[in-house]
Design a protein around this ligand. Structure first.
Ligand SMILES: [Zn+2]
Length: 302
């Protein structure tokens, strides 16, 4: 009896499997007709949307080399031309492939993404700095941060034959300009790093707004989330669990700051192990130091 119950629980928890097309670099999981989840490029997980006459990509990887490999592999799925790239946010691992696309490709992002790539010194700040340590210098030198050439502020809709593609800014969160790509007919939403299936980087976060923005996300009628990192999931409970993590981090970080504990020490002292069931990457006390430094700055700015 008990074994059966455990088996049933395991079956529920198991990730859904999708048909796979393996490219040279990227693995594509077919989520629905014309919708593919791309992993294996070493940076963000991307989405390929094959429309009746063209292709839209969500995010394009960490380097021009990765983006070229992605484009080559997309050709194994379709011969239709790539006409659109959506940047879910400005971080390097989602946008540093932008420079390889010809000017007739619309690179679309929230207006903050353009501002950040043009005005922040993105190659000399986090999260790029930490990633540089892992990147060969020859590859790093090819990176040319390239902003979106089409921007929007709250909502943009592309109607491609029978398909509607909604680009939505639901509020600040992971950054000040996160886009979710919502396909209402297919009930699929690509969330970038606003909602991953694991804990996201928090170095540019707006913590309490993030919780509210995730509430807005939950109001969309979707059945499948395609996150910027991790794996596809369906359970809105994971979003609630992440909201709880964020709230707990803010509560503990705020208390430690009030006690005069430094951000770096607070990053060691917070204990979020209560959230390890939803986020197994939590192996013990502590949180990412860049996220805690940001939390302290954000508390000062509030
Ligand atoms: Zn990010």
């Amino acid at each position: 009896m008990r074994a059966l119950a455990l088996l049933a629980a395991a079956a529920c928890a198991a990730a859904q499997t999708y048909p796979v097309t393996q490219g040279k670099t990227y693995k594509f999981e077919k989520i629905a007709d014309g919708i593919y989840y791309a992993t294996g490029g070493g940076g963000s997980n991307n989405v390929v949307v094959v429309n009746d006459a063209d292709v839209l990509l969500v995010d394009d990887g960490t380097t021009p080399t990765a983006a070229r490999a992605f484009i080559a592999d997309v050709k194994t799925l379709t011969s239709k031309p790539i006409r659109y790239v959506v940047n879910t946010h400005f971080h390097y691992d989602h946008t540093d492939g932008n420079s390889v696309f010809p000017p007739d490709v619309d690179i679309i992002g929230h207006e903050f993404v353009r501002h950040a790539i043009l005005d922040f010194d993105v190659l000399h700040r986090e999260p790029f700095i930490t990633s540089q340590a892992r990147m060969p210098a020859a590859e790093r030198d090819t990176i040319k941060p390239t902003p979106p050439n089409v921007t929007y502020s709250s909502k943009m809709i592309l109607n491609k034959g029978p398909r509607e593609i909604q680009l939505l800014f639901l509020g600040r969160g992971h950054t000040a300009g996160d886009t979710v790509v919502f396909l209402p007919r297919e009930r699929i939403v690509a969330t970038g790093d606003l909602m991953e299936s694991r804990l996201a980087y928090m170095g540019d976060a707006y913590f309490d707004e993030w919780v509210t923005t995730l509430e807005n996300l939950k109001k969309l009628d979707f059945a499948t989330v395609l996150p910027g990192h991790g794996a596809p999931f369906s359970d809105k409970g994971l979003i609630t669990a992440f909201q709880a993590y964020l709230s707990d981090l803010v509560k503990q970080g705020t208390a430690l700051k009030k006690q005069g504990v430094s951000a770096d020490d607070a990053a060691k002292r917070v204990d979020l192990t209560a959230h390890a069931k939803a986020f197994p990457q939590i192996q013990g006390p502590g949180a990412d130091i860049r996220g805690m430094r940001r939390l302290y700055t954000w508390l000062d700015e509030k």
